[in-house]
Design a protein around this ligand. Structure first.
Ligand code: ZN
Length: 273
């Protein structure tokens, strides 16, 4: 793990990149910002490059999935369990933007695990029009901090790096850390959006399935959405596929979600605060 501070003073935001070693978009976008001499910040942002060992190995993780390892343990045998514990210390108290990429869709979207006022603001600042509540998945960074993860696009694609950079610049501008109306944001208002929220309620487990649908497009009841040989998985009720793919996860097709509506229509989550 290594850290960089962009700007002067005490960081007001943490940006975590490379939790998964095979998702380079966040680190590359960070490098673009660090190299941009024209970028002037009125505050400071902390960047955390999370799992360099997994990145150097070209793998998602070394021992266990870092984004399922929180809160972690400084004395654990697993590299990522120790890393999770250190990372939580490093970002302590800061809102966190956590950048990822995926095999399931090129369209970027945001994810969160608890809806607090700071999480809501981060969701609005990403400039992305879709957000997913994934509180059903335990052990994620976003269940331990006021954080938003962003799936920036397809793993290894230049488009994912561009999207990661755009989201970063949008968040910095919307947070008031850079001037609004920066050239990089031409044609796009840096500031709040009101994303449509989807809530994951189920994970579809199983190996070797071919995903037949399209993420964020409703699967009607009675429709087959995955196939393995002659066997089909059929929707017993309508749902929206999220992070579903043929080979994204080893033992799961992805998630079933329902559409909740615009973020502005949802109350803050006070069950956890
Ligand atoms: Zn990831």
């Amino acid at each position: 793990m290594r850290t960089h501070v962009l700007g002067e003073g005490r960081p007001e935001l943490a940006v975590v990149v490379g939790q998964h070693g095979d998702e380079p978009c966040g680190e590359r976008a960070m490098e673009r910002l660090l190299a941009d001499e024209s970028l002037r910040l009125s505050g400071a942002v902390l960047f955390v490059v999370a799992n360099e060992r997994a990145r150097d190995a070209g793998e998602r993780f070394v021992d266990v999935d870092l984004n399922r390892a929180y809160p972690g343990d400084p004395d654990a045998d697993a590299h990522e369990a120790r890393l999770a514990s250190r990372l939580l210390e490093v970002v302590d108290g800061l809102p966190v933007l956590d950048l990822h990429s995926t095999v399931s869709t090129a369209e970027p979207f945001a994810l969160y695990q608890r809806l607090t006022p700071r999480t809501r603001r981060l969701l609005e600042w990403t400039g992305l029009d879709r957000a997913v509540d994934v509180r059903t998945e335990a052990g994620g960074l976003a269940s331990h901090v006021d954080g938003v993860a962003v799936e920036c696009g397809r793993k290894g694609s230049e488009a994912a790096v561009d999207t990661a950079e755009r989201v970063l610049r949008n968040v910095l501008a919307a947070a008031g850390l850079t001037a609004v109306g920066d050239g990089e944001l031409a044609g796009e208002r840096a500031g709040t959006v009101d994303p449509t929220v989807f809530e994951v309620f189920d994970r579809v487990d199983g190996r070797g399935y071919e995903f037949l649908g399209e993420n964020f497009h409703e699967v009607p009841a009675g429709t087959a959405f995955a196939r393995r040989g002659d066997e089909e998985l059929v929707a017993d009720e309508p749902f929206y596929p999220v992070l579903m793919s043929t080979d994204g996860y080893e033992a799961s097709v992805g998630f079933r979600a329902r559409r909740l509506g615009p973020l502005s229509s949802l109350p803050d989550d006070d069950r956890l605060r």
